[in-house]
Design a protein around this ligand. Structure first.
Ligand code: DSN
Length: 413
């Protein structure tokens, strides 16, 4: 029995059950992944106990010699991994990375352009329910109705009309490659800073499976727990020119003491991502997403934009006459975990939606290749075709169990 189990059995039990849930289900949430045992170990260690406001070599507390080592390693590895001039690894999360970046580069009331939330954008890219949509004058661009890809004519027209200080690319539910040079050309025409939030695709970029936003973007934010397979946290990369402003935007402006245990785990994660096997992982994530898209399409499902170039796909459930909410619930019953998601021009509310977002990062981390991914897609199709039939669901749940038992998760007990 562990110390935690003796001292606090209620918490220990919930953690144990979460371990089993992650082990025994097929995680298809595009933003989730399994961190390695080494990442988890670093994150749960004694660096949790240390205050270290400031930056390596310039702290406001004594006793920082060891946390300086891990923060310097994280910075150095992040710069090498992404070819960045500057890295700030202190942002507590992706949302905080975006917040600190805005604080650093623009003023309240300034105009910013970002993708509309219901077309694939993120809360922190100007949603009215978020600080971003309240503090700044966000102008939303969106997708072309026919191709369901970024409407660059609209981006250019809006940029010339509104002359934003900042243009943001990078999304939460966009299955296609992003043309970073084209965005930069538009930003240059109106003297805007070009920012990329690469949270969803940073692991693909690190592994060479997606074009990099650097050096096109002057500032790039990310989380570290998604395709990068690291601890839950954020990071900001920038040009040397913006470095001082970015560092000040994070500390002291937006945050206090950095999470040194998480920064230690970021260093481990970046070290892992620099290895050749990570490039193979990133390639496999994309290959698996392609196979899943192909299998779903051949089974008659409609995919937004017709397919995928990255780690995620968006299924339009309207032709099946079911909602995202019901599809998510039915899949969960058989052990397949995905999330309802708005599709472009969705007419249903965000808690219902007409779409389902599926991603391959987590199943790829547990070793799934094309064959297993095709099988997962078939199980999804079967579940959606017969959401009420308990016997069908029982049979699918058995098939899920069979798959998960053959592919243990790295990092889990
Ligand atoms: N919540 C994340 C996602 O699922 O895409 C974005 O922050």
């Amino acid at each position: 029995m562990t110390l935690l189990a003796q001292q606090d059995p209620e918490v220990a039990r919930a953690i144990k059950k979460e371990n089993e849930r992650q082990r025994d289900s097929l995680v298809l949430i595009a933003s989730e992944n399994y961190a390695s045992r080494a990442v988890l170990e670093a994150q749960s260690g004694v660096m949790n106990n240390k205050y270290a406001e400031g930056y390596p070599g310039r702290r406001y507390y004594g006793g920082c010699e060891n946390v300086d080592v891990v923060e310097n390693l994280a910075i150095q590895r992040a710069k090498e991994l992404f070819g960045a001039e500057h890295a700030n690894v202190q942002a507590h999360s992706g949302a905080q990375a975006n917040m600190a970046t805005y604080f650093a580069l623009i003023k309240p009331g300034d105009t910013v352009m970002g993708m509309q939330l219901d077309q694939g954008g993120h809360l922190t890219h100007g949603a009215k329910v978020n600080f971003s949509g309240n503090l700044y004058n966000f102008v939303a661009y969106g997708l072309d109705r026919d191709s369901e890809t970024i409407d660059f004519d609209q981006v250019e027209r809006l940029a010339k009309e509104h002359r934003p200080k900042l243009i943001i690319a990078g999304y939460s539910a966009y299955p296609r490659l992003i043309d970073f040079p084209r965005f930069r050309a538009i930003a240059d025409q109106v003297d805007a800073i070009f920012m990329v939030d690469m949270a969803h695709i940073s692991g693909l970029i690190a592994g060479g499976a997606h074009p990099s936003p650097l050096p096109h973007a002057q500032v790039v934010t990310t989380t570290t727990q998604k395709t990068l397979r690291g601890p839950r946290g954020g990071m900001i990369l920038s040009t040397e020119e913006l470095a001082r402003k970015i560092d000040y935007g994070v500390f002291p402006y937006a945050q206090g003491g950095p999470f040194m245990h998480v920064i230690a785990a970021k260093a481990v994660c970046f070290g892992e991502a620099l290895r050749p096997e990570f490039a193979r992982y990133a390639e496999q994530v994309v290959a698996n997403a392609r196979v899943m898209a192909q299998e779903l399409s051949e089974s008659g499902l409609r995919l937004v934009s017709g397919g995928t170039d990255n780690h995620l796909l968006l299924v339009d459930l309207n032709p099946l006459d079911i909602t995202g909410r019901d599809a998510e619930a039915a899949l969960e019953e058989v052990g397949i975990i995905a999330n309802k998601n708005a599709i472009p021009f969705d007419t249903k509310p965000p808690r219902v939606t007409s779409g389902l977002r599926l991603g391959t990062p987590a199943i790829t981390s547990r070793g799934f290749k094309q064959e297993e991914t095709r099988r997962v897609a078939q199980l999804i199709v079967q579940t959606l075709a017969d959401m009420e039939d308990e016997r069908v669901k029982k049979r699918i749940a058995e098939a899920v169990k069979d798959l998960t038992s053959k592919f243990p998760v790295p990092g889990l007990d």
